[in-house]
Design a protein around this ligand. Structure first.
Ligand code: 3PG
Ligand code: MG
Length: 516
């Protein structure tokens, strides 16, 4: 994967003094008064911001919050509470800036939070003009919003196309690394828990996991649909009878591979959906017509817990029962504790799952907790997230293999200098000076000294038109011009293309001189 990592740019010293635009996902749940009820995403975004500050950048951060109407700012959409929390976590002031598209006053070593980016007209539809306007604000765009990486919006996608440099922040990179560790070459058995109210919303993920996992534990309304598909009665429980064929197909695909979808052998039921509804534990074959299944039963939970403890890798999305109600939390709690005790690499994502992890205090026992909801699911589905697609494209452009083209134009040289002998004379001088200056340009860039690399190139620029092909003359002129004003991050890939061409030119000169 050729995504440029922000941490690498920082380590190369390419970020100092640069304007860095970080797209974070600070979309946190709030209560009716706007107070933040869960701040995981803000805490997870601190590392990237701190990294940028430590590297000496002028830092702009933005995020969406909720789903506001574009062009119609309301106080409830404001990032004010987020700015306050971020400021506490960073232990420094974090001013919040509205109407920021025209320009952002921020100096190196400072950070500003840019008001809810979904207020900007054209954000959702990835409007090109808007994306370009945002790209103009910065030297380096950092995508660190894993939770929003499945959206192709102006601040997550378009900006990555037009920014001078576009790279992945540490959170985005860590999320992708963790999920590929879980799914690409997992330690087996690989057990997935996919639970939630509807099969329909998770059908694609069930199908794609059924081709890869060893056990596919289903829960909630999804489990009810699978119970129906196995010929069990589910009373008036939530299910999607029109998806029975799909559920059967998943079970058959699993069976064909020697894997399984474990169907509950017992369940906890109630007559109404309420916290105080009397709970009855019964065999899965005994569900009455007026029963609601609200949890898996203790035998089922114990059997699944054994599988989880024996697993090599666990992927968890969704609680298996109504764990918010004490009488129906047993299944989710038992599975959570089994995951905590298992030596498997475990990865979890999704809002309800995170709430369950918090409720049972097993954060530290998880291998990785994703900040993504929809994004986490889409990665599990095997999709390439738009954020990654564009960052890979940008990364490839900057890291494309260099093809060294013929560079010496002897006919031109002879006509400019009058004879082969006079051309040989000047080439001898040129070769001796360039042999030193090409590695010096490399070294200057490695030391972050763009001005020095520019000066060295400037010295060459004067004489290449005498004997080099047009393409190389143009390339030298272009890189020399850009490196006069642009940052190390922008200039480095240009030199990476140019220096091998200059090496090639030197070799051709060597061949010519050997013959003349
Ligand atoms: C989320 O909460 O899943 C992300 O922040 C994305 O938000 P969205 O679903 O409103 O795009
Ligand atoms: Mg909200």
């Amino acid at each position: 994967m050729t995504v440029i990592r922000f941490s690498d740019l920082c380590a190369q010293g390419a970020v100092a003094g640069q304007r860095v635009f970080i797209r974070a996902d600070l979309n946190v749940p709030q209560d009716d008064h706007g107070a933040i009820t869960e701040d995981t995403r803000i805490r997870a975004s601190v590392a990237c911001i701190q990294m940028a500050l430590d590297a000496g950048a002028a830092v702009m951060v933005t995020s969406h919050l909720g789903r506001p109407t574009e062009g119609a700012f309301k106080l409830a959409d404001s990032l004010v509470p987020v700015a306050r929390r971020l400021s506490e976590l960073l232990k420094r002031p974090v001013p919040l800036l509205g109407n920021w598209l025209g320009g952002v006053p921020v100096a190196p070593g400072q950070v500003v939070l840019l008001e809810n980016c979904r207020i900007n007209v054209g954000e959702k539809k990835n409007n090109e003009a808007l994306a370009r306007q945002m790209a103009e604000l910065c030297d380096i765009f950092v995508h660190d919003a894993f939770g929003t990486a499945h959206r192709a919006e102006a601040s997550t996608y378009g900006i990555a196309e037009y920014a001078k440099v576009a790279c992945a922040g540490p959170l985005l990179a860590a999320e992708m690394d963790a999920i590929s560790k879980a799914l690409a070459s997992p330690k087996r058995p690989l057990v997935a828990i996919v639970a939630g109210s509807k099969v329909s919303t998770k059908l694609t993920i069930l199908k794609s996991l059924s081709a890869n996992v060893d056990q596919l534990i289903v829960g909630g309304g999804i489990a009810n649909t699978f119970m129906l598909a196995s010929g069990l009665k589910i009373g008036k429980s939530l299910a999607e009878p029109d998806l029975l064929a799909e559920a059967k197909a998943v079970m058959e695909a699993m069976k064909a591979r020697g894997a399984a979808v474990p169907i509950p052998v017992d369940v906890v039921t109630a007559k109404t959906f309420a916290a105080d509804a009397p709970a009855t534990t019964k065999a899965a074959t005994e569900v009455a017509d007026d029963d609601l299944i609200l949890d898996i039963g203790p035998k089922t939970a114990a059997a699944l817990a054994q599988q989880l403890k024996a697993a090599g890798t666990i992927v968890w999305n969704g609680p298996v029962g109504v764990f918010e109600f004490a009488a129906f939390e047993n299944g989710t709690r038992v599975l959570a504790q089994a995951i905590a005790q298992s030596s498997a690499f475990s990865i979890a994502g999704g809002g309800d799952t995170l709430a369950a992890i918090a409720k049972y205090g097993i954060e530290r026992d998880m291998g990785y907790i994703s900040t993504g909801g929809g994004a986490f699911l889409e990665v599990l589905e095997g999709k390439t997230l738009p954020a990654f697609e564009v960052l890979m494209r940008r990364g490839q452009m900057q890291a494309k293999p260099v093809v060294v083209a013929p560079s010496l134009d002897i006919a031109r040289g002879v006509s400019m200098m009058g004879s082969e002998a006079s051309l040989a004379k000047i080439l001898k001088t040129v070769a001796s000076s360039m042999t030193g200056s090409v590695p010096q340009m490399s070294a200057a860039l490695a030391a972050g000294d763009v001005a020095k690399a520019n000066a060295l190139l400037h010295a060459i620029k004067g004489y290449v038109p005498i004997f080099a092909v047009d393409a190389l003359v143009d390339q030298v002129t272009h890189v020399e011009k850009i490196s006069k004003t642009e940052s190390l991050a922008v200039v480095t890939p240009l030199f990476a293309d140019l220096l091998p061409q200059l090496d090639g030119l030197l070799q051709e000169i060597g061949v010519f001189l050997a013959q003349n």
